[in-house]
Design a protein around this ligand. Structure first.
Ligand code: ADP
Ligand code: MG
Length: 254
């Protein structure tokens, strides 16, 4: 049985005279990976930050796990996991110490090693954040979203700038988090990523949702209009070649 965990109704956000979010509505089901897809400036981060209680909205209704954003933002904060700004990663502390510190901020007892294990960073427990590779930094940042054992985590472009192996590794991690029952909202502008990872996606353009469905159904709808790719599709693409030649294994581990 499907159960709605996030409900957004006619959400609007103005920055001065500019309306960045123009009345969007969507629902996220418990346990799914829901993607907000769209070009830069579409309003994805603004939308996420409003739901995360980090940014004021101009109009609309947001309900998260039964709590109204206008009435109980504190209750919402307790059940969500948000990637912290990397500026909050005190340079003098190692990963294990950072997790203990964040646990204190959330008023939670955490076991740093368990959390680092979950994101495959146990061997980096004594390393500083700045010493990590791009993929490791993203994995650590995802670990910080899990500190308060949230029902929902928000990931804003977690794979931007990563190499293909690190991206795949992160997809596996996000799938594992979902498998443990956590709902995931993710933004991306990589369509291959959305197709593989997301149960449903909303395509956002200039502050509006222009399509919302499973990746499969959106593709079928396009094909039903008579759309065909202009040239014959090969059975592999350059990324397949790259992965075939260089392997799936991460290169960043020492
Ligand atoms: P996305 O995450 O999809 O790239 P954003 O939500 O960051 O989009 O931004 C949507 C639009 O709102 C953009 O045109 C951006 O320039 C504008 N915007 C974002 N934050 C602010 C802000 N604090 N003040 C003014 N304009 C902003
Ligand atoms: Mg953004």
């Amino acid at each position: 049985m499907k159960e709605t965990i996030i409900s957004v109704r006619d959400l609007r956000k103005k920055y001065g005279d500019f309306e960045a979010v123009k009345g969007i509505s969507f629902e996220v089901q418990k346990g799914e990976i829901f993607g907000l897809l769209g070009p830069n400036g579409a309003g994805k981060s603004t939308t996420l930050e409003i739901i995360e209680t980090l940014r004021d909205k101009t109009a609309g209704t947001v309900i998260v796990d039964g709590f109204d954003l206008d009435k109980a933002p504190g209750e919402i904060k307790k059940i969500i996991g948000v990637q912290l700004q990397t500026s909050g990663y005190y340079p003098g502390l190692n990963l294990s110490e950072l997790i203990e510190l964040f646990g204190g901020l959330y008023n939670r007892r955490v076991r740093p090693m368990d959390l680092l294990d979950a994101v495959n960073l146990r061997e980096k427990a004594k390393a500083k954040f700045k010493e990590l590779s791009g993929g490791q930094k993203q994995r650590f940042s995802i670990a910080t979203t899990l500190i308060n054992q949230p029902k929902i985590i928000f990931l804003d472009e977690p794979t931007t700038g990563l190499d293909p192996q690190a991206r795949r590794n992160l997809w596996d991690l996000i799938k594992e988090i979902q498998a443990k029952g956590t709902t995931v909202i993710i933004t991306t502008h990589y369509m291959d990523e959305a197709e593989k990872l997301c149960d449903r996606v909303a395509i956002v353009d200039a502050g509006q949702i222009i399509a919302l469905d499973t990746p499969d159904k959106l593709i079928d709808q396009l094909v039903a209009t008579g759309f065909e790719r202009p040239k014959e599709v090969k059975k592999a693409n350059l990324e397949d070649v790259f992965i075939h030649l260089t392997g799936h294994a991460l290169r960043e581990e020492h």
